[in-house]
Design a protein around this ligand. Structure first.
Ligand code: ADP
Length: 663
């Protein structure tokens, strides 16, 4: 037997179906397996002895597939024709592939491969995939809709709890209100995560690039967690590279979201030490090109991350499963959402160990700057101004020093405690080079900021320094602010941020030109005297105070009452006119810009109604100061004002009540 013969006999006995056709595609040989497989074809041949495989295929194939038959018979060697779907009475519809080899004589040797099972499996898999995709998009839409609907009532709960907390509540009720507010906040954070997650899964998260102030954005974002960090006793430091531009082009909301998530986690997983948010300008590779980029690093001194955890951290729903983690809660979605957002911003995100213990979560994004960048702030304060920073956290001094150096100041000294600060201030005063501005941390071991402020305030040789208190975000209650009025010229929230420092410096340069709320900053003018002592005797002076700003109103009210006056407060000019018709007053303090009826209009009506007592304009505007007398006002109390200024005004009109005060 020749070689082909050997193969034939081999295939005859094997289960592999094969057929041999002559050049007219008439069947000349086949094995039993082929007979079973092409059962219908053999029946066709019995009924149509003139027929062949080609004519058979034309009878069973749909017209659009008919050309496949010719294709099979035109094949030369070793090629597999398309899959044919052929009927088989015994086995049902079959999916068949033909491996065809043509000899030079035109004889065709065809092996048949039954791919029915494979095809059915493929079809099932495709159907399952489509069903899963449909289900997923339905559940994603459901999640997105439900999350959105849940957010509205939660927002109402949070808002109402805020209002409720401002009403008189006893201790127990305050605690209940706090718990409800806390849980609503947690719920809102979870719903927001789920909403973002469903948006990202559905590819519906849009990136909207616009111009915004990067430094403000970073500082405001970090501020959102600084209260919580302060409660835990953590120091939060914002360390910005001076090369980073002020204004950039990016999606500020998404950038803020990622940064907030990393900073929140850092505070959540750190029990003591510090959380540093550092931002530097760098470069990254994109499309094989080096492009400018911004690198954000959130460095904590917390529990840290193992190598194994690092691999999984950025995947959906992953949380390190330790008892500590379970206590902290969360969804395990934050980092995976952050990762997706950063990739939408064309950046990278990752984590590494902090050599000092804890972890460093970082991300970098391409830096795009808009064309018209507004000019930098101009500070006209004397560059020779001498600063002293008093803070036990040295890193916070470093940040401060950089801000001041950036703003053009070179004399920046440091004291790490209240005691050291006093020593340095005395030495500087002795050398006739006293510090002009002293920034004092409120929380320091042994002598805290308040005590240091009081010491400086009570030491005449140190009184020419302007003092600014550094207080943790949110910890300046009304009492603290009243104390500030006596000892400090203003305060700055920690962590130290560039813009508030710049604003303070600008305000010191132009104390009267800027409209500054007196509670925020109380700059002294050179040669200004400390506040005179409070009058303790009741003066019986009946004051009507018209001021729409609630904090300013309260402030003036407290100052006047502390001076022994009886105060009636109203919120606009109209109410002032009505109050004056109902009672007699000795003096009016009147804001100029108020809703309903402004200060000028109210004064004119009061004068027409026969009111002759002093009406004092309270204003920050230079223009107002000139116009007030034209409208019948007697005098001006310029904002920002201190108690000394108020006392001087009162002394001017009621000298007998405030004896001993200099004009
Ligand atoms: P969530 O905080 O809501 O659980 P995230 O995706 O933001 O979700 O974080 C996933 C997990 O990564 C956290 O549960 C925690 O186990 C770990 N992790 C994140 N940030 C830190 C960090 N700064 N230090 C230690 N572990 C962290």
């Amino acid at each position: 037997m020749n070689f082909i013969g050997d193969i034939e006999s081999c295939l005859n006995t094997s289960g592999v179906p094969f057929i041999v056709f002559d050049k007219a595609s008439k069947i000349i040989h086949w094995n039993p397996a082929a007979h079973t497989m092409l059962n219908d074809f053999f029946e066709y041949i019995e009924k149509n002895p003139e027929g062949n495989f080609l004519t058979y295929l034309h009878t069973v194939l749909p017209p659009e597939k008919a050309s496949h038959a010719e294709f099979l018979f035109n094949l030369k060697i070793g090629s597999i024709a398309p899959v044919f779907v052929l009927p088989n009475k015994k086995m049902g519809q079959r999916y068949l592939k033909f491996l065809s080899v043509r000899k030079s004589t035109g004889t065709r040797f065809v092996i048949i491969d039954d791919v029915t099972r494979q095809r059915v499996q493929e079809r099932c898999l495709l159907d399952a995939k489509r069903d899963a995709e449909n289900a997923r998009s339905t559940s994603t839409m459901f999640l997105a809709n439900v999350s959105h609907e849940i957010r509205t009532p939660i927002q109402t709960i949070i808002g109402m709890m805020e209002l409720l907390s401002e009403t008189p509540l006893d201790k127990e009720q305050t605690e209940y209100a706090r718990q409800v507010r806390f849980s609503a906040d947690v719920l809102l954070a979870l719903v927001n995560d789920v909403l973002d997650f469903s948006k990202l899964s559905a590819g519906k998260m849009n990136i909207v690039s616009r111009k915004f102030n990067l430094i403000n954005c970073i500082e405001q974002t970090v501020d959102l967690v600084s209260l919580e960090a302060h409660r835990k006793g953590l120091e939060v430091i914002i360390d910005l590279d001076w090369n980073i531009p002020n204004i950039i082009l990016c999606d500020s909301n998404r950038l803020r979201q990622v940064l907030l998530n990393l900073v929140k986690n850092a505070v959540k997983f750190t029990e003591k030490g510090e959380v540093i948010v550092a931002v530097t300008q760098t470069t990254m590779t994109q499309n094989k090109k080096e492009i400018p980029a911004l690198l954000f690093e959130v460095i904590d001194s917390g529990i840290g991350i193992t190598e194994e955890q690092k691999e999984k951290l950025f995947s959906t729903f992953y949380q390190v499963s330790t008892p500590m983690q379970q206590k902290k809660g969360g969804t395990g979605l934050g980092l995976s959402i952050s990762k997706t957002i950063i990739s939408l911003l064309h950046g990278d995100i990752g984590v590494r160990n902090n050599a000092q213990g804890g972890s460093v979560f970082w991300f970098q994004i391409p830096l795009k700057e808009p064309e018209n960048i507004p000019a930098n702030h101009h500070i006209s304060l004397d560059p020779e101004t001498r600063f002293l920073i008093v803070d036990d956290a040295q890193r916070s001094y470093t940040v401060f020093e950089r801000i001041l150096t950036y703003a053009g100041f070179t004399h920046v000294a440091y004291a790490e405690s209240g005691e050291q600060a006093l020593k340095r201030m005395h030495e500087a005063a002795d050398d006739k080079a006293p510090f002009d501005i002293v920034f004092i941390d409120m929380i320091m071991p042994s002598m805290d900021g308040w005590r240091l402020g009081a010491e400086i305030h009570n030491t005449p040789s140190l009184q020419q320094s302007q003092l600014y208190l550094l207080i943790p975000e949110g910890s300046a209650g009304a009492d603290a602010k009243m104390k500030l009025l006596e000892w400090f010229n203003g305060y700055l929230y920690k962590p130290i941020k560039i813009m508030p420092v710049i604003h303070i410096l600008e305000d010191i340069s132009h104390p009267l030109l800027d409209v500054v709320e007196p509670l925020e900053l109380l700059p002294l003018e050179p040669g200004d005297q400390p506040a005179p002592p409070v009058a303790h005797n009741k003066s019986n002076i009946h004051v009507l105070l018209a001021e729409d700003h609630p904090v300013n109103r309260k402030l003036l009210e407290i100052m006047l009452e502390k001076s022994g006056c009886t105060v009636q407060s109203v919120e606009n000019g109209q109410e002032a006119v009505e109050a004056a018709a109902a009672a007699d007053f000795d003096i009016f303090f009147m804001d100029i810009q108020m809703p309903v009826l402004g200060g000028y209009e109210a004064t004119e009506i009061l004068r027409n109604n026969g009111v002759t007592v002093p009406i004092i304009a309270c204003t920050a505007g230079m223009q107002d100061m000139h116009h007030s007398s034209a409208h019948g006002m007697t005098d001006v109390l310029a904002k920002p004002f201190k108690r000394a200024d108020l006392m001087h005004v009162l002394n001017r009109y009621f000298p007998q009540h405030f004896e001993g005060l200099e004009e």
